[in-house]
Write a protein of this length. Structure first.
Length: 508
């Protein structure tokens, strides 16, 4: 028995020694520096051989993944690449759906892999390889609702008629949760937060200029699975074209533009004379962003933006920060709105030719599902699967060419996950708003205040927008969870700011 015990101890020591050696090799910076170029070369070689047989979207995603790795090699900081890629990924949407079933509205149609997925894998490998003793930062008040929301999606499988569609949705939620964990553990300094804001603002400027170009020229651009252009809308409230940019639809573009313009407004107020060029970039992004949003002709997007910028403006005026800059932005905003006053008034007062009716039908289907399954729902990502079972009475037995899902994200969640899922989702939003409000009230640091006001405005506009549109794409979900992650990161930064006296940029 003693010999067996000694033998087991020796085996255990050797196993531990082996894994320790492997960890040491993985964490060797020189090995990573040498190995990444070799890996890039091998992947490029495989692409050359297989590129003719790859789907268009796979080519786009893989090329962007290679570009990301090349940037890692040039910059030498995977953290910066991953943090920046979250924003870039929501614009380009290089998504590849494995086992793609298509012909489905309201959620993913397969196991979605994106540019962010590839870079998160690299980011986590490097993070684990660093083997730092410091623990993982969670901020339980936001992490727990996010985790419970995923759990509610898992539980809803019991009621799902089409289980694979539910699994596709859960797979995507796990990815954005990993993104949340990565962001809150790697946004440790104000420079990290400025990097994200700057990337976001630059993306807004480029996307908005591109959208304006598409609207004026009327051309369509097809590249690596991305379809960008403008759509003809002959309804009485538009009577022309609605631009969609790289987002696939005008409403989808408006969903991204609304919080992005609010972020640009916050960046304009945050950047000081020491960052004068960034302030001009933010101002340009604001101007082109508002024009691009107008050209989407999304009424709910316009109202959401009005709410978001009002929150930022009123909070900063109340605090006595940037009053002159806010007055300047208000004056420039009035000029832009006046220039487009005719199409705006026409859109708000004209005949929308069935838009309200289609939304009414979607709402009735959602209410019918909620009445039938108020506690369990019909299953995650199963609204579209079950919608014909819950048609309004006047449509039962009548063949209808186009019946979409409900244009209200809150009703969609209740219909699919039940009341428990809706309450958990609302708690996600409430805890995020609470942390921003807490920072606004307790923090004397101007930098913390402006970032908290900006994130609260972006979140407020987003929450308002979710009442009247479809927020079911991966990019839309990622954007919401990213704002929650940035708020959690701000909590850490504000805690550090309360421990020592900082010199806000606004006073320098």
């Amino acid at each position: 028995m003693n010999e067996v015990g000694l033998s087991s101890a020796r085996v255990g020591r050797r196993v531990r020694s082996f894994f320790a050696s492997v960890g040491a090799v993985i964490s060797d910076a020189h090995l990573i520096e040498v190995g990444l170029p070799i890996l890039v070369g091998l992947v490029l070689g495989v692409l050359v051989v297989l590129i003719r047989d790859l789907p268009t979207k796979w080519i786009g995603a893989l090329v962007m993944g290679i570009v990301g790795i090349v940037f890692v090699l040039l910059i030498g900081d995977i953290k910066k690449i991953v943090l920046s890629s979250v924003v870039v990924d929501t614009v380009l949407e290089f998504d590849v759906a494995i086992q793609n079933r298509g012909n489905h509205a309201g959620g993913p149609t397969g196991y979605t892999v994106s540019l962010l997925t590839l870079l998160l894998i690299v980011g986590y490998v490097v993070w684990i390889a660093e083997r730092k003793k410091s623990g993982i930062y969670w901020l339980k008040s936001t992490a727990l609702p996010l985790a419970f929301f995923i759990l509610m999606n898992v539980v809803s499988i019991v009621r799902a008629e089409d289980v694979p569609f539910s699994l596709y949705s859960i797979f995507g939620l796990v990815q954005v949760f990993l993104m949340y964990v990565y962001v809150i553990n790697h946004v440790k300094t104000w420079d990290d937060l400025r990097l994200i804001f700057t990337t976001w603002i630059v993306c807004l400027l480029l996307e908005s200029v591109f959208m304006a170009f598409l609207y004026v020229t009327g051309i369509r651009v097809e590249f690596a699975g991305i379809s960008a252009g403008s759509y003809a809308d002959t309804s009485g409230s538009v009577g022309g074209s609605r631009v969609s940019g790289t987002f696939g639809s005008p409403n989808g573009a408006a969903i991204w533009l609304t919080p992005s313009i609010v972020i640009a407004m916050g960046g304009y107020l945050l950047y000081t004379r020491q960052k004068l060029w960034l302030r001009w970039v933010a101002l340009a992004a604001l101007g082109f962003g508002v024009v691009a949003l107008i050209l989407t002709f999304s009424r709910s997007g316009w109202l959401a933006l009005l709410l978001g910028i009002s929150i930022v403006a009123l909070l900063n005026v109340w605090k006595g920060i940037g009053r002159r800059q806010i007055a300047t932005l208000g004056f420039l905003g009035l000029i832009v709105v006046a220039a487009f006053s005719k199409p705006i008034i026409t859109r708000l007062t004209g005949d929308d030719r069935g838009s309200v009716d289609s939304r009414r039908i979607g709402n009735e289907m959602a209410f019918n599902m909620i009445r039938d399954q108020p506690f369990t729902g019909v299953g995650a990502n199963n609204f579209d699967v079950r919608k014909f079972d819950y048609l309004p009475p006047e449509l039962v037995g009548v063949q209808r060419k186009y019946v979409y899902i409900v244009h209200n994200h809150y009703w969609l969640i209740w219909a699919e996950l039940g009341i428990g899922g809706l309450l958990v989702f609302l708690s996600m939003l409430a805890t995020t708003a609470f942390h921003n409000v807490k920072a606004l009230i307790r923090q004397r640091d101007a930098q913390v205040f402006m970032v908290a006001a900006t994130l609260l405005g972006a979140l407020g506009g987003y929450c308002s927008h979710m009442r009247s549109d479809v927020f079911a794409t991966r990019a839309h979900v990622t954007l919401l969870w990213f704002m929650i992650a940035l708020t959690a990161a701000l909590v850490r930064l504000s805690e550090e700011a309360s421990e020592k006296v900082l010199c806000p940029e606004s006073s320098s």
